[in-house]
Design a protein around this ligand. Structure first.
Ligand SMILES: Cc1ncc(COP(=O)(O)O)c(C=O)c1O
Length: 395
C-alpha cells in the first residue's frame, strides 16, 4: 500500500533523537532548531518523560472517559498552578485542531450565537470549523466553507472596531494567535489583544486564544497572551504539551458551564497522554524552562538582529522568525542539507525557529556561527563570477 502523498519531504530519515540533536540513519548529527514543528518543548526523549511514560505503560495505557481517571486531575492541578489559571476548567483532546474545534463549538453553545471572527494569515488546524477559520483557501474543502467565519486584518484596531459596530451582537467568538506561527511569526500588539478583550466583553462574545503553537512557555510566558495582561475565555493547547506524545487541551473560564454530553472524545485524556503531559510540566517547572525560553530567545533575537543578509527579525522567547531575501532564498534548505541544521519555514520567505525550550547557549551559538557561515557562502560570488569581475577590473 502506498502512503497518501501529501507531505513535501526533506530527504532525511531520522532514527534517533536526544535533547536538541537528532541523528539520521547514517549516524549524521543534526541540530534541531525546528523542534519537530514547535512540538519538542523539553527536548527529544527527555529521560523523565521517557520514564513517566514507561511507568504508566506498565500500569494502564488507556481506559475510556466513562470511569474516573485521577491522573487527569493531577494534570489539571499542575497545569493550573504553572499557567496561573487554576480557576479554569480543563477538557483534554488529542491535537491542536481538535482543541480549536471544541473551543469554537463551546463558544457557540455558550453564547447561542454563530459568527466567528478570525484574522488574516491565521492557522487553526484542518478539521471542519478550525480549517474554516484558517486563512488558506487551498486547504478548505467545499464542505467546510461557511459564512459564519469573518476574516479581519491582523493588528488592525480600526477594522475590528468597525466590524463590531455593525456585527457585534452576532459574534460568538474571536479566535486569535497572540503570535501567528504558520502565518510567519507575526506578533499581535498588546493593544490589539486588549481591544479584542474589551469588544468581546461589551458584546457577550468569547475570546479564544489559540496557544497551540505560541503557548506552553514557548514565548517566555506560559501563554503568549499573558504579555498583554488580559485573560482569554478559552485557551487552546497542543504541540509542546506532550513533547511529541499526541495530546491537546482547552482551558475554559469558570463561568462557562459544562453539561454532560456537551463535549466528548474517545482518546482525549487517556492515562498515557496524561503521564506524558505531566512529565512535560514537571520538567518545565523543575528546570525553570519558561524563564530559560525568555532569556535564550532574547539572546538569539539580539544576535540575529545584528546579522547582515537577513531581515525583519521578530518574535518572543523561542518563537522567532526572520525574512530571507531573494538572493539567499534557499537558505533553509542549505542549512539542512549542507550544515545539518533543522529550521522551520513559512511561505513565502520566512525562516521560523522553534527549538526545545532547554536548548543550550552553546547550541544557540553553534547555530548562529553556522548561519553566518551559510549566509556568507551563499553571498560569495561563484568562482566564474570572480574571474569575470577580475577581467572587467583589469580592462
Ligand atoms: C496555531 C495553531 N493552531 C492549530 C494547529 C493545529 O494543530 P494540529 O496539527 O495538532 O491539529 C496548529 C498547527 O500547526 C497551529 O500552529
Amino acid at each position: 500500500m502506498k502512503l497518501f502523498d501529501v507531505y513535501p519531504l526533506n530527504d532525511v530519515t531520522i532514527t534517533k533523537a536526544q535533547g536538541s540533536y537528532v541523528w539520521d540513519e547514517n549516524g549524521v548529527q543534526y541540530l534541531d532548531l525546528y523542534g519537530g514543528h514547535a512540538v519538542i518543548s523539553i527536548g527529544h526523549t527527555h529521560p523523565h518523560w521517557v520514564k513517566r511514560i514507561e511507568d504508566q505503560l506498565e500500569k494502564i495505557a488507556f481506559y475510556s472517559n466513562s470511569v474516573r481517571i485521577p491522573i487527569q486531575q493531577s494534570l489539571a492541578d499542575k497545569l493550573g498552578s504553572l499557567s496561573g489559571k487554576d480557576n479554569y476548567q480543563l477538557f483534554l483532546v488529542n491535537s491542536g485542531a481538535e482543541a480549536n474545534e471544541n473551543a469554537l463549538k463551546l463558544a457557540s453553545f455558550h453564547t447561542g450565537k454563530k459568527k466567528i471572527v478570525a484574522f488574516n494569515k491565521a492557522f487553526h488546524g484542518r478539521t471542519s470549523l478550525a480549517v474554516a477559520a484558517t486563512d488558506n483557501k487551498n486547504i478548505v474543502a467545499p464542505v467546510n466553507e461557511t459564512s459564519n467565519i469573518d476574516f479581519l486584518p491582523f493588528n488592525d484596531e480600526a477594522a475590528l472596531k468597525e466590524y463590531f459596530q455593525t456585527n457585534g451582537n452576532k459574534v460568538a467568538a474571536v479566535i486569535v494567535e497572540a503570535i501567528q506561527g504558520v502565518g510567519g511569526i507575526n506578533v499581535a500588539s498588546e493593544s490589539f489583544l486588549k481591544l479584542i478583550r474589551n469588544l468581546c466583553d461589551a458584546n457577550d462574545a468569547l475570546f479564544i486564544a489559540d496557544e497551540v503553537q505560541c503557548g506552553y512557555g514557548r514565548s517566555g510566558k506560559f501563554f503568549a497572551l499573558d504579555y498583554a495582561g488580559v485573560n482569554a475565555d478559552i485557551y487552546t493547547m497542543a504541540k509542546g504539551m506532550g513533547n511529541g506524545f499526541p495530546v491537546g487541551g482547552i482551558l475554559i473560564a469558570p463561568y462557562i458551564q459544562p453539561k454532560h454530553g456537551l463535549l466528548g472524545t474517545t482518546f482525549g485524556g487517556n492515562h498515557l497522554a496524561c503521564a506524558a503531559a505531566l512529565a512535560v510540566l514537571e520538567v518545565i517547572e523543575k528546570d525553570n524552562l519558561i524563564e530559560m525560553s525568555k532569556q535564550r530567545g532574547m539572546y538569539l533575537i539580539n544576535k540575529l538582529k545584528s546579522f547582515d543578509g537577513i531581515e525583519n527579525v521578530r518574535g518572543k522567547g523561542l518563537m522567532i522568525g526572520f525574512d530571507v531575501p531573494e538572493d539567499i532564498k534557499d537558505l533553509r534548505k542549505k542549512l539542512l542539507m549542507d550544515y545539518f541544521i533543522f529550521t522551520g519555514e513559512a511561505k513565502p520567505n520566512v525562516i521560523r525557529l522553534l527549538p526545545a525550550l532547554n536548548i543550550t547557549r552553546k547550541q544557540v551559538d553553534e547555530f548562529l556561527d553556522t548561519l553566518n557561515e551559510a549566509i556568507e557562502e551563499m553571498k560569495a560570488p561563484a568562482p566564474n563570477e570572480e574571474k569575470e569581475e577580475a577581467l572587467i577590473n583589469e580592462n
